[in-house]
Design a protein around this ligand. Structure first.
Ligand code: F6P
Length: 366
């Protein structure tokens, strides 16, 4: 049966997006189907005037040649593109959110697009689920460096981000030791501390702070002091951006705006100041930020992305809509979007990686 499939990438980018797109396109072409890429989330559909008529592009084998190893996304992405909360400028300059989801449905009909393969994190997949409720056949592919999507052991991009963060922590060790300094490294992770935990353990941090385990500043300071007193004259603290002090709140660099969520940030700088005061040691902070989202995906993430893309096309073939592909080793399986989105996948605080860290003497500040 001839089919036209749409694919888009939404939310923050993650290494491996291009590999997914390639797998979707080649697998669909193998079925004799056509694939169309929507630019910038839903931007290419809803604001076609910005794309010179090129907001939705036919993707061929040529369009996806040589992109498996590249970072970013050939389609572009946006984390301000929720069609249900589309930011629209008013004549008075203010911005209000409007629901443009009916237009999406209309445009899919007009273009004869049969279904949408949505590659995204919790935000983009929630949008996909709403569109499904409106009658659009959708398949989700889980993407986020934060690894916090439910029902899948892992999202692609996560281990590449861990690699980048570990490399940074390794490099900071030598300068920390040379200057007898304490470093506080802030990594991404709003609700879940997967990157901080994995990179912190692999990079032999002294303290790891994650949203799942609220920390006591006094305990963090004691760990840093103990370390200096026991010999090494430097310390490494790795903090997820969403880590919280006991009874406190996470720090934000910017508040929420219409069509845009609040942006986390600031914990490393805050902690560095506090630790310098409490411990009397020279302290520096570093925010790794978007470095963690950039660059080439490591081979594991490429492979996972390619498997997810091919599996999504398989689900289209089976008519298994309203579902998401998920890693459930040794297989990639289908799970209902509602199940995957029910709750974020947090670090299990009694899990073996946390226990390993504790066994190695790493403090979580609790
Ligand atoms: O969801 C991934 C993520 O990397 C978060 O950890 C981070 O807070 C957010 O994206 C930042 O996104 P941006 O700065 O692109 O809005």
């Amino acid at each position: 049966m001839s089919r036209k499939i749409a694919v888009n990438t939404g939310g923050g980018d993650a290494p491996g997006l291009n590999a997914v797109i390639r797998a979707v396109v080649l697998s669909a072409i193998n079925e004799g189907w056509e694939v169309y890429g929507i630019r910038d989330g839903f931007g290419g559909l809803l604001n076609p005037e910005r794309y010179n008529g090129d907001g939705v592009v036919r993707l061929t084998a040529d369009s996806v040649r040589g992109i498996t190893h590249t970072g970013g996304t050939i389609l572009g992405t946006s984390n301000r593109g929720n069609p249900m909360r589309w930011p629209e400028k008013q004549p008075d300059g203010s911005i209000v959110e409007i629901d443009r989801s009916d237009e999406i449905m209309e445009k899919f009909r007009e273009r004869g697009l049969h279904c949408l393969i949505a590659i995204g994190g919790d935000g983009s997949l929630t949008i996909a689920r709403w569109l499904r409720d409106k009658g659009l056949p959708v398949i989700g592919i889980p993407k986020t460096i934060d690894n916090d999507l439910g029902s899948t052991l892992m999202t692609f991009g996560f281990l590449t981000a861990v690699e980048t963060a570990t490399d940074a922590i390794d490099k900071l060790h030598s300068t920390a030791e040379a200057h007898k300094r304490t470093f506080v490294v802030e990594v991404m992770g709003r609700h879940a501390g997967w990157i901080a935990l994995f990179a912190g353990v692999a990079g032999t941090a002294d303290v790891i702070l994650i949203p799942e385990i609220p920390y006591s500043l006094d305990k963090v300071a004691k760990k840093v002091r103990d370390r200096y007193e026991s010999g090494p004259q430097f310390a490494m603290v790795v903090a997820a951006e969403g880590a919280v002090p006991l009874g406190g709140e996470p720090l934000f660099a910017e508040g929420a705006k219409p069509g845009q969520e609040a942006r986390y940030g600031g914990i490393a700088e805050r902690l560095a100041g506090e630790l310098a005061n409490l411990c009397g040691v020279e302290t520096r902070s570093l925010v790794l930020g978007h470095l963690q989202r950039g660059g080439q995906p490591i081979s594991y993430d490429r492979l996972l992305a390619l498997r997810f893309g091919a599996a999504a096309v398989e689900l289209v073939k089976r008519g298994d809509f309203g579902s998401m592909v998920a890693l459930d080793p040794p297989n990639v399986r289908s799970v209902p979007l509602g199940e995957a989105l029910a709750s974020p996948k947090l670090v299990p605080i009694q899990g073996d990686v946390v226990r390993t860290a504790r066994a190695l003497g790493i403090s979580f500040g609790d």
